[in-house]
Design a protein around this ligand. Structure first.
Ligand SMILES: *[C@@H]1O[C@H](CO)[C@@H](O)[C@H](O)[C@H]1NC(C)=O
Ligand SMILES: *[C@@H]1O[C@H](CO)[C@@H](O)[C@H](O)[C@H]1NC(C)=O
Ligand SMILES: *[C@@H]1O[C@H](CO)[C@@H](O)[C@H](O)[C@H]1NC(C)=O
Length: 417
């Protein structure tokens, strides 16, 4: 089995935090107050902890974190797609696929697409660099940090993880310091070795058409129109939301399980590749399942019956998933501390005080979801684990711990790309 852990995590994280500052309470004064306490404390914490973790790369990441999200229009093939592409081009938007393919032709084909995307600057921070270029030594150190998966030594002991969960510190706001403890914790524990392999380059599905504004242009995308089929012309989403789907590399005729599917954006991208024969869009919450159904209603409408992709929604808790070795591809886009949808949506919001315990136990939940996702995947299939946080604990930490558990308890061995 192959497991991809993608740096898209990072891009997702960059966009998500912004929602802390755009939560809009009724009263203006409390809005100002909220902004201060939420973002300032978070940023202090991030400067301290992520700063030491990401090293030379942090300053750029930080700037991304504080910039507006970059939206992309993912064209709906079940609408007037030709007209909608033309309209966006008239508006001056760029065809992302075109950009990537041109890059591929001119540059080393073995480079991974994330790198290419970063290089083209489509999703990159807009302002010119205020920092010195990274020298080669720093770059080496950076590559090392990103290539390494780190794990605690004491088996599946989640209590250790919880002590280090950044969210608790942000919430309390008190000792935003001591991130170095966290670093020590990560660096001192290696006992389960994860096999890391070089991944294949990511290809861009021919039917997927994605447009965005050029670098430096934050202007909103025009409102999508409803066409003759009364379906919406395109879905505007974070560029970063597209990447986990690209990383899955769905081939024509394959079956996909989207384990935490709501609100349905990534399911939508899968559908627009026109590749899957089956998508199970699962989300444990009924309310969130309705959002997936709404996406289908707006973008597919009456065509659903005639699609070559069968889409089934379900509301099974990932940990209770029973269909094993069943899917070619599985996406585990897990809930995490900066899940933007939870932050803007009061319904089922993980930041509610009544759910703080649940929030504290996120790494455990994430690991449970990933375990189920791997077990649901056919041998030789691909699982993508993605989050909307930069926390190494919720990314590499959870992956490493989960892989260890999978091998020890289920005899399943995974490779990480
Ligand atoms: C609060 O915000 C609203 C809308 O942004 C504005 O119309 C109103 O004047 C503001 N009230 C105060 C007291 O600033
Ligand atoms: C976008 O670019 C790709 C790659 O060049 C091309 O295949 C595709 O047709 C373009 N999309 C449109 C709508 O022109
Ligand atoms: C078109 O779609 C919109 C929103 O999805 C819906 O409110 C409206 O009733 C639909 N119109 C027709 C003619 O089906």
């Amino acid at each position: 089995m192959l497991l991809l852990v993608h740096l898209t995590n990072m891009l997702l994280g960059l966009n998500s935090l912004l929602y802390h500052s755009t939560v809009v309470p009724k009263d203006n004064m409390s809005q100002i107050h909220l902004k201060r306490s939420g973002t300032t404390k978070a940023l202090e914490y991030f400067d301290s902890f992520y700063g030491s973790y990401f090293g030379a790369k942090w300053e750029k990441i930080r700037e991304g974190l504080l910039s507006e999200p970059k939206y992309c229009a993912v064209i709906n093939n079940f609408g007037d797609s030709v007209e909608n592409c033309a309209q966006l081009e008239l508006e001056g938007c760029i065809n992302i696929s075109d950009e990537l393919i041109n890059v591929d032709e001119n540059e080393d084909r073995n480079k991974d697409s994330t790198e290419v995307i970063e290089k083209k600057g489509i999703f990159a921070v807009d302002t010119e660099p205020r920092y010195q270029a990274i020298n080669d030594d720093d770059k080496e150190e950076m590559d090392m940090n990103f290539g390494r998966v780190i794990v605690p030594s004491k088996g599946q002991d989640f209590s250790i993880l919880m002590d280090y969960l950044p969210a608790t510190k942000i919430k309390g706001g008190e000792n935003s310091a001591e991130p170095l403890d966290e670093m020590k914790y990560f660096q001192s524990c290696y006992d389960y070795e994860v096999k890391v392999v070089k991944g294949k380059p990511i290809s861009f599905p021919a039917m997927l058409n994605v447009y965005t504004r050029e670098k430096g242009n934050d202007e909103e995308l025009p409102e999508p129109r409803h066409g003759v089929l009364n379906t919406s012309g395109y879905y505007c989403m974070d560029g970063a939301s597209i990447l986990p789907v690209l990383a899955l590399g769905i081939n024509p005729g394959q079956s996909v399980l989207d384990m935490c599917s709501a609100p349905g954006g990534k399911m939508y991208v899968m559908l627009q590749t026109m590749h899957p024969s089956l998508i199970i869009a699962n989300d444990a919450s009924k309310a969130r399942e309705r959002r997936i159904r709404n996406v289908l209603k707006s973008f597919v409408g009456n065509l659903e019956e005639s699609l070559s992709t069968k889409v089934i929604t379900s509301t099974i808790k990932a940990e209770h998933w029973t269909e094993l070795d069943a899917f070619d591809k599985v996406l585990a886009d897990v809930p995490c501390q900066t899940d933007r949808h939870s932050v803007i949506e009061n319904d089922n919001n993980i930041f509610k005080p009544s759910r703080s315990r649940e929030r504290i136990t996120l790494p455990e939940t994430q690991s449970g979801i990933l375990t189920s996702s791997v077990r649901a995947c056919k041998p030789g299939g691909t699982i993508v684990y993605s989050t909307c946080t930069l926390s190494p604990l919720q990314n590499d930490g959870v992956v490493h711990m989960t892989l260890k558990g999978l091998e020890e308890e289920h005899g399943i061995v995974c490779e990480v790309e």
